[in-house]
Design a protein around this ligand. Structure first.
Ligand code: HEM
Length: 426
């Protein structure tokens, strides 16, 4: 990122540009030659998948905005107009709506990959925290986007979620009026949500740039969690990971296309094809699937303010995660106990998602309370204690050695493992 070209190009035009603005050499150093651990598995392809989906959302969103009208009297019909009259409008809209879901599928896999391999630990804490900021911006963007078609779920979802802020003592009701731009969810609300929904993806793009910059300082973590020790541990990003990422993207896009073309409304709610009606409350107000675990946490707490705090804390706890996990070993592959708790956490999050879609009554509420308590227990109690009590497995001496051992080429693994044993104690 320095101000000068670091590569000497033979092509005079390329050289002319690069000595004045070293954009070509910067790309070459950071995206082509970048030394990348040679043992990355397919879970490391989701960053690339996410970058592509951000681009898909921005491009399809810009086209939608050309035909959409952000007015409570016209919004619903303008979306129907996109679906029926605009050339390929249905495709653009279904790509955008399902693209949001696939963006979240990818980001949740990306996050759980980080949790499994300890990618949030030093020296990648800031990279992780920038990731949490990205998650928050994604959530705000998706929430506001869902309001735009001005269907029943749009209206009532916006009403329920904005109303949460009224639980804040003293200033709550004022904040809610300020969010609405009036005394109820209405035209000013729709307008500002559209404005922000258009703006935030570009903010997201800037924060993703910081995310990747922060990644390129320490370089990638890898499935062993052992840092790169010599050039033998790495391969250049291109062609090795451009090809691997390309393949993963192609497979992911097949699933995406299956939804877009064959079940475009499967992930949505039928009520959102009914125009918003402030006088008719739907029997169940449920958010999109990717918010369900958080919705379950919100409703698990009997007190409104408590629920709001718990919901925000469930993401807040991720901010301080690098300091909650006290183990010096990164990868769950060498942490037998942590590995089990990791999978329990995955099940708990899926369970919370299931409960978020259920009515808040009887056994569902009790189950939500238990799973919510466990979620926080995992981060606030189990992780700090595991670092102290867990006996970790011996780490390989290097990435190269672990790769060779797997392919049957390294006879020295046991000895090297023993040699590194003290390092591997949590
Ligand atoms: C728009 C959303 C995002 C994009 C485009 C994005 C992009 C990327 C890319 C390209 C990489 C390198 C390749 C890879 O490791 O997969 C990466 C790595 C990483 N990301 Fe993200 N990311 C996003 C969201 C997040 C979120 C929400 C978090 C965490 C809360 C996160 C945490 C990380 C971490 C810890 C790494 C380093 C992984 C490692 O090297 O082991 N990212 N990200």
């Amino acid at each position: 990122m320095s101000g000068h070209s670091t590569v000497h190009y033979k092509n005079p035009v390329v050289r002319w540009i690069d000595t004045r603005l070293p954009i070509i050499s910067t790309m070459q150093v950071n995206a082509m030659d970048f030394p990348t651990p040679k043992n990355l598995n397919y879970f490391w392809t989701f960053g690339g998948i996410l970058t592509l989906f951000l681009a898909i959302q921005i491009v399809t969103g810009i086209v939608l905005a050309m035909h959409y009208t952000a007015n409570v009297g016209l919004a619903f019909n303008s979306v129907e107009h996109i679906m029926r009259d605009v050339n390929y409008g249905w495709l653009i809209r279904y790509m955008h709506a399902n693209g949001a879901s696939f963006f979240f599928i990818a980001v949740y896999i990306h996050i759980f990959r980080g949790l499994y391999y300890g990618s949030y630990k030093a020296p990648r804490e800031l990279l992780w925290m920038i990731g949490v900021v990205i998650l928050l911006i994604m959530m705000a963007t998706a929430f506001m986007g869902y309001v735009l078609p001005w269907g029943q779920m749009s209206f009532w979802g916006a009403t329920v979620i904005t109303n949460l802020f009224s639980a804040i003592p003293l200033v709550g009701p004022t904040i809610v009026e300020w969010l609405w731009g009036g005394f109820a969810v209405g035209n000013p609300t729709l307008n500002r949500f559209f404005s922000l929904h258009y703006l935030l993806p570009f903010v997201l793009a800037a924060v993703v740039f910081l995310h990747i910059w922060a990644l390129h300082v320490p370089g990638n973590n890898n499935p062993t969690g052992v840092e790169v020790k010599s050039p033998k541990d790495t391969v250049p990003f291109h062609p090795y990971y451009t090809v691997k990422d390309g393949f993963a993207i192609a497979v992911f896009l097949i699933f995406f296309a299956a939804f877009v073309f064959y079940m475009p409304n499967y992930l949505g709610h039928t009520d959102n094809y009914i125009p918003a009606d402030p006088l008719v409350t739907p029997p169940h107000i449920v958010p999109e699937w990717y918010f369900l675990p958080f919705y379950a946490i919100l409703r698990a707490i009997p007190d409104k303010l408590g629920g709001v705090i718990a919901m925000f804390a469930s993401i807040g706890v991720l901010f301080i995660l690098p300091w909650l996990d006290t183990s010096r070993v990164k990868s769950a592959s060498f942490r037998p106990l942590y590995r089990q708790f990791f999978w329990i956490l995955v099940l708990v999050c899926i369970g919370l998602g299931y409960l978020g879609a259920k009515p808040p009554e009887g056994v569902y509420v009790i189950a939500s309370r238990i799973l919510t308590a466990y979620y926080f227990l995992h981060f606030l109690v189990i992780l700090p204690l595991l670092g102290i009590f867990e006996r970790t497995k011996p780490l390989p001496a290097s990435i190269s050695e672990s790769v060779l051992a797997k392919s049957g080429g390294g006879g020295a693994t046991a000895a090297a493992g023993a040699a590194s044993a003290p390092e591997s104690r949590g």
